[in-house]
Design a protein around this ligand. Structure first.
Ligand code: ASP
Length: 342
């Protein structure tokens, strides 16, 4: 049977070209992708495309947008061998993280990609990103199973686990980084997959989708000299169920009584407080310094080596799944989709 891939265009720079009349960048009609990238005809795969209408700048990505993306994958799941999602780079790591939780026991590749320069420009990085993403989405092993049945980001010759990534460069073609997990594949003359690092589903167990996401989460970045009011005011936010503290280094925060009391008050009010480091590489270790021990003692949950994007998406997902915050707290420490090293 022919390999079949569904391209899903959501918006972003990759799908733009210069309008000859206005000289401004504007999205092109995605049904004309074969004319924009004639190289795609050489694949010999069945390539179908679906475009969001309207397309969005990824700054407008939100939960209904993720749900729509999940719905498109769900209804097309049995028809295609893999999915390539074209998405703006700005929030691609958030969307990839969210989908990694929303798609359970995924047996097919969902490869996000985009570009820094529009596909209609001479020096675009979009063509290589798109072509290699399609090849990766189509790659199978000897038993005809997907080589990378994960939600990934492919960008500038590297394939990353989506929920390990962060956009860290607004200009360079290498826009993403996965500081705490190695790449799943390196692309040069050959595509070198690293099978030992790839997560596989329980083959034979059904693919399952989750739509419920609860966004009652706040993120507070700890900075020197901050007022504790920035923490205590959160007790007054109606419906708030979780707070991510972006801490220093290996999970440290001020030790003064006022600060600790304010965090303790949140925990005592049943709010889940998660400790994620401001550092991109390394992990939270609340036993390393007295400053971390104090947080652990009052019931703050370790975010381990999670990115902020993955911690946020995981909380939305767990809060959507469990009405009881205790269940969320317990599951927050578990490795669910390879988002933390544990
Ligand atoms: N602002 C754009 C977006 O994220 C940038 C890009 O496409 O890379 O949608």
């Amino acid at each position: 049977m022919d390999t079949s891939i569904l391209l899903i265009y959501t918006g972003g720079t990759i799908g733009m070209k210069i309008d000859p009349q206005t000289q401004a960048l504007a999205p092109f009609d995605f049904s004309h992708i074969m004319e924009e990238v004639p190289e795609l005809k050489k694949f010999g795969y069945k390539l179908d495309s679906y475009s969001f209408d309207p397309v969005i700048d990824s700054s407008d990505a939100d939960i209904p947008f993720w749900q729509e993306l999940v719905r498109i994958i769900e209804i097309n799941y049995n028809k295609y061998d893999g999915f390539v999602v074209l998405h703006g780079t700005d929030t691609m790591s958030y969307t990839a993280s969210a989908l990694s939780f929303m798609l359970e026991n995924l047996g097919k590749p969902v490869i996000f990609t985009g570009s820094q320069l529009p596909i209609g420009m001479l020096r675009t990085d979009g063509k290589e990103n798109l072509i290699s993403s399609i090849e990766i989405a189509a790659a199978k092993d000897d038993e005809e199973r997907a080589l990378v049945p994960e939600v990934c980001i492919y960008f500038e010759s590297q394939l990353y686990r989506g929920n390990r990534t962060t956009k860290y460069n607004a200009e360079n073609f290498r826009a993403f980084r996965s500081a705490n997990y190695p790449v799943l594949a390196d692309v040069g003359i050959h595509i070198r997959f690293n099978p030992d690092l790839i997560r596989y589903p329980k083959w034979g167990k059904d693919f399952k989708v989750h739509y419920d996401m609860d966004p009652n989460v706040a993120i507070v970045k700890i900075v020197p000299g901050m007022s504790v009011n920035n923490i205590s005011i959160l007790n007054k936010v109606e419906g708030l169920r979780a707070v991510i503290l972006e801490t220093f280094g290996s999970g440290n925060a001020p030790t003064n009584g006022k600060f600790i009391d304010a965090v303790r008050q949140l925990v005592d009010n049943g709010i889940i407080v998660v400790n994620v480091s401001q550092c991109h590489a390394g992990r939270v270790d609340m036993d390393a310094y007295a400053t971390g021990v104090a947080l652990k003692k009052i019931g703050v949950v370790s975010g381990e080596d999670s990115t902020i994007e993955a911690a946020l998406a995981k909380l939305y997902f767990l809060l959507g799944k469990y009405p009881d915050n205790n269940d969320v707290r317990v599951n927050m420490s578990k490795n669910i989709r390879g988002e933390i090293s544990k």
